[in-house]
Design a protein around this ligand. Structure first.
Ligand code: 13P
Ligand code: 13P
Ligand code: MG
Ligand code: MG
Length: 365
């Protein structure tokens, strides 16, 4: 049976500030999905920080009008509730007022995949707050290309032929493919700049099977000004000729630096947390990621298991806090503050405009 997994997300208002999610919005989402469940196989609602995450399974394929329509209805109703409750940034990611068939270019983020469900189909859905889609570049590289992280690249004959990475240039709206391991250096040359080059999809070279898909929308580009970060989601399939669950989680044991955090213009450590800790607090962060593990069962979502809960990731969280302390002391200086090109779509242009008439030529002293 072919099953489509749709993960659709939006920030429709924060509680409190940009830190978390009001339970009333989660209730609305669950209520609507329960009413619409005949058109779906299954659903699950959660949040990471101030982002509402809708996970749906169905047989209608990707970019489906009905499925996107359900998500749109939820975001609209939640926005109205967020306004009523005076939540912060109500309707933040909802850039358009009329739904025209699918969610492309409308603000919400989507990651969707249609698969022939295997005899056992473990998947992990990663959901982040206070960062950008390029934040998945480093772990995706490690999961699918680094044998020091994924042992299966050496030992499993189905992983051994490697993986092909589809990279999007989110500034110039074009894409390029890299077949690894051969193309490793070219891939790294691009994805080391995660604000611009973002891994959209990974396929297994053995049979072209899609193993990972991420959301890549850039809200700021659509809106033309800073309206919040594009807090991303990612789906990864695991086991039986794909990286094991533990190999997929392994790169997150290192709290690497990502862009986002306070006002979307600071670098900070990416902290893997349990569902119950998906609230962004210190300096609106640090940027957080949760991982929901599911076993698909003819499209039914068995789960979730909270994959970052527990002692195995305690060291990472402690290290992330230490790193947060270190980098925070830079205040408004780079590399804590993002570089100029990254600030282009945030609040810096406003400051530059104010200074426009104050500049004088540098003359000989
Ligand atoms: P405002 O309080 O002006 O919205 O800005 C702070 C902030 O949280 C930026 O997203
Ligand atoms: P969000 O993108 O999560 O709304 O965060 C905005 C922000 O500016 C936090 O400081
Ligand atoms: Mg917000
Ligand atoms: Mg957010």
């Amino acid at each position: 049976m072919k099953v489509t997994l749709s993960v659709i997300k939006a920030d429709i208002g924060g509680f409190v500030g940009h830190s978390g999610m009001h339970p009333a919005l989660m209730d609305i989402a669950k209520e609507i999905l329960e009413k619409e469940k005949d058109g779906l196989i299954d659903y699950y609602v959660t949040h990471c920080g101030d982002d509402l995450e809708l996970i749906m399974t169905h047989t209608k394929g990707i970019d489906n009008q009905e499925v996107h329509g359900i998500a749109w209805k939820i975001f609209e109703k939640c926005t109205a509730k967020a306004k009523e409750l005076k939540l912060y940034g109500a309707g933040q990611d909802i850039l358009k007022t009329a739904f025209s068939g699918n969610l492309k270019g409308m603000g919400p983020g989507t990651a969707e995949i249609t698969i022939e469900e295997r005899p056992s189909e473990p998947i992990i859905i990663f959901m982040a707050d206070k960062t950008e889609p390029g934040a998945w570049n480093l772990p995706l590289y490690k999961i699918f290309a680094d044998p020091f992280s994924t042992a299966g690249l050496i030992f499993d004959p189905k992983l051994h032929p490697g993986f092909t990475f589809e990279v999007h240039d989110v500034v110039e709206h074009k894409r390029v493919f890299f077949k690894l391991p051969e193309d490793m250096y070219n891939l790294l040359a691009l994805i080391g700049q995660p604000g611009r080059f973002v891994i959209k999809r990974v396929k297994r070279n053995l049979d072209n099977e899609t193993v990972s898909i991420s959301s890549t929308q850039r809200l700021s580009m659509m809106a033309g000004k800073y309206v919040g970060k594009d807090d991303p989601v990612m789906i990864v399939r695991c086991q039986s000729g794909m990286p094991a669950v533990g190999e997929v989680l392994e790169p997150f044991a290192f709290p690497y630096m990502v862009a986002g955090w306070m006002r979307g213009c600071h670098h900070g450590p990416f902290m893997p947390v349990a569902f119950e800790d998906a609230q962004c607090t210190r300096f609106d962060g640090p940027p957080r990621v949760i991982a929901a593990g599911f076993q698909l069962n003819n499209g039914k979502l068995e789960g979730p298991v909270d994959m970052f809960k527990g002692p195995a990731f305690d060291w990472t969280r402690n290290k992330a806090n230490e790193m947060a302390d270190y980098i925070r002391r830079h205040g408004p200086f780079e590399p804590h503050r993002l570089s100029e090109s990254e600030m282009e779509y945030t609040t810096l242009p406003g400051v530059m405009k104010k200074l426009e008439n104050k500049w004088l030529p540098v003359t000989q002293e």
